[in-house]
Ligand binder design. Structure first.
Ligand code: URC
Length: 308
């Protein structure tokens, strides 16, 4: 924060939505690995004279930031997770430019998945899945790190084992109690890793890619329950909490998780005329899918005690 002319100024600048794709060609078995990333960079730097005067001499051009993404992608000869790339980019800006003291790097990874043809994984064929892998790395010049990862657009639905009862009932309430309804949501989750410096991040290649798959698995297993029986959900709130707390229990290096789970309604269909009062009578079979309005339910689950 800076003051001049009796005014306070907080500023940052960066480049948003730099799209890059990277292929790694494995020589031993001929397989290719592929990622597509959408990178946004925001730099906190000492470049006040560009705001207060017509002096740009301290500005790292956003065009240069864009170029850096491609140079660093080229330099990454070995596969790496989207988190590692975000940290690498953030660390570069903080260490290469004296005036940059914080770099915030957001990346969205598209869910390209290797295809199977005749049951065999294809060496260089991919199809787009549905949910994105996101990350945000905030790197300080000191090497301090704040690392979050997430999943967005994870659409989940179960056709039973959900209900909603005994909520506040007043003169505005129409919704009946039910122990039988559809439960549909689009999970947006973001969790924070406890690694608080660039140096303390696990060196094992693709560590965070594996973690991402594992967290997603725990979230989904908790949402659905066992394949044969499922698990009853008394509310989105309860299911959200169970999902978040399962992640906290399972992963010691995750310190908090934020879950946003809209309640996407599938409305019972009942159609009638005077002549045909039972044209369509809802028996947990025909629904009207909707996307608005939807319930919006979100919460953060974190540990009471830090592992200091
Ligand atoms: O799981 C639910 N939580 C709510 O808060 C809510 N509100 C509502 O109308 N239906 C539901 N369902």
């Amino acid at each position: 924060m800076a003051e001049a002319d009796g005014l306070r100024l907080e500023q940052r600048h960066g480049k948003a939505r730099v799209r890059v794709a990277r292929v790694w060609r494995q020589n031993d078995d001929g397989s290719h690995h592929f990622v597509e990333w959408n990178v946004s960079i925001s730099l906190l730097s000492h470049c006040l004279s560009s705001y207060h005067r017509d002096d740009n001499s301290d500005i790292v051009a956003t065009d240069t930031m864009k170029n850096t993404v491609y140079v660093k992608a080229k330099e990454c000869g070995d596969r790496l997770s989207v988190e590692e790339f975000a940290i690498l980019i953030g660390n570069h800006f903080c260490s290469f430019y004296p005036q940059v003291y914080t770099a915030i790097v957001n990346i969205i990874e598209k869910p390209w998945e290797r295809v199977c043809i005749d049951g065999k994984p294809h060496l260089h064929g991919f199809k787009l899945g549905s949910e994105n892998h996101t990350t945000e790395a905030t790197v300080q010049k000191s090497g301090a790190l704040n690392l979050c990862s997430g999943v967005s657009g994870l659409a989940l639905l179960k056709t039973t084992q959900s209900g909603f009862e005994r909520f506040v009932r007043d003169k505005y309430t129409i919704l009946p109690d039910t122990r039988e309804r559809m439960l549909a949501t689009e999970v947006n989750a973001s969790w924070r890793y406890s690694y608080d410096s660039v140096a303390s991040v696990p060196k094992k290649g693709l560590y965070f890619s594996e973690k991402f798959m594992d967290v997603k698995k725990v979230l989904m297993e908790t949402f659905f329950g066992p394949p044969e029986t499922g698990v009853y959900s008394p509310s989105v709130q309860r299911t959200l909490y169970l999902m978040g707390s399962a992640v906290m229990r399972r992963f010691a290096d995750i310190s908090s998780i934020h879950l946003k789970m809209p309640n996407i309604h599938f409305l019972p269909v009942n159609l009638s005329t005077k002549e045909n009062p039972l044209m369509v009578k809802f028996k947990d079979d025909v629904y009207l899918p909707t996307d608005e309005p939807h319930g919006s339910i979100e919460a953060t689950v974190s540990r009471m005690t830090s592992k200091m």
